[in-house]
Design a protein around this ligand. Structure first.
Ligand SMILES: [Zn+2]
Length: 74
């Protein structure tokens, strides 16, 4: 299984009424709650599902060396 140290490349949208807060455009969870973790998204989140399909696991946040950067999973 592959892991990314932080999952921050999800689509974000501005949180209405909160100037400096953002949330996932898919599952509507605030970025402060997601905290860079894949499991911070709802299980039904399209972004989370996409990465899980791509072989990323949604548990833990182990930081690995960026030797095999896989940002281009599309
Ligand atoms: Zn999400």
């Amino acid at each position: 299984m592959m892991k990314k140290p932080y999952y921050i490349d999800f689509p974000q949208e501005h949180l209405e009424g909160h100037q400096h807060q953002y949330r996932c455009a898919d599952c509507k969870v605030e970025t402060t709650t997601i905290n860079g973790l894949l499991e911070g998204h709802l299980p039904s989140c399209l972004y989370r599902l996409k990465l899980e399909k791509g072989g990323y696991e949604a548990t833990g946040c182990t930081v690995e060396p960026a030797s095999h950067d896989a940002d281009d999973f599309d």
